[in-house]
Design a protein around this ligand. Structure first.
Ligand code: URA
Length: 218
């Protein structure tokens, strides 16, 4: 295992990802990932959750405060909203495999001991974490990937990804050497952040995009 501090452009999880591992072994290995500096401040690695039999994989940005404490993806307010939207679209959240582009919570604090405030991961951190997502994709082999927001989109489809241009459409792309079908949509936390009078429409837009995913799954 590498122990020396890597320069920023050399951040990568690759040496920590065991070859030929099953999901349990992958999750265990991810708990010890030191591929970028985000592990230092985070409580724990938040690996994907769900079955390798899942037909649908949902990819978010990174764990938030609640996820960092509880050890599972999408268990905080954005996750609750996502579950509601999935159910409304006709998807059982328990049947999906849910993960994030980045597996550690990145945050700042306005003052020491104050609330932890989410900070978007950098492209380098997303790229560093990519080998975990590639390993999850290779094991789960989902029939469809729902891309939740810009960070997940950039991690999977490249830095020119713009969610507004492709949301609610079925894309076919080669990702980590495998042909994948993807439906991008907004991140559920953007619905939570919408102004009161826009929130309903933002939520309905998310549900409509998830309905596209349901139809694509057939
Ligand atoms: N937002 C994400 O993108 N992922 C989570 O797991 C929680 C909030």
């Amino acid at each position: 295992m590498p122990t020396t501090k890597a320069p920023e452009d050399q951040y990568t999880a690759a040496p920590f990802v065991p070859q030929g591992a099953d999901l349990t072994a992958l999750r265990r290995a991810a708990a010890g990932c030191r591929g970028c500096p985000l592990h230092r401040a985070a409580t724990q690695t938040i690996f994907g959750a769900g079955s390798t039999d899942a037909r649908l994989m949902l990819v978010g940005e990174q764990p938030g405060d609640q996820e960092d404490r509880q050890g599972k993806p999408f268990v905080g307010p954005a996750g609750k909203l996502l579950d509601r939207a999935l159910e409304e679209a006709g998807i059982d959240p328990a049947e999906a495999y849910v993960t994030n582009a980045v597996k550690h919570f990145k945050f700042t604090r306005a003052e020491p001991r104050k609330r932890r405030i989410h900070k978007a991961p950098s492209l380098r951190e997303m790229t560093a974490c990519g080998p975990w997502l590639a390993a999850e994709l290779a094991l789960v082999e989902p029939e469809l990937i729902v891309v939740l927001g810009a960070t997940a989109g950039k991690a999977l489809l490249g830095s020119s990804f713009r969610v507004g241009e492709v949301r609610g459409t079925v894309l076919e792309r080669e990702i980590h050497g495998r042909p994948e079908r993807l439906v991008p949509t907004v991140h559920p936390s953007s619905v939570l952040r919408a102004r009161d009078d826009d929130r309903r429409a933002a939520y309905e837009g998310l549900v409509a995009d998830l309905e596209v995913a349901v139809r694509a799954l057939g």
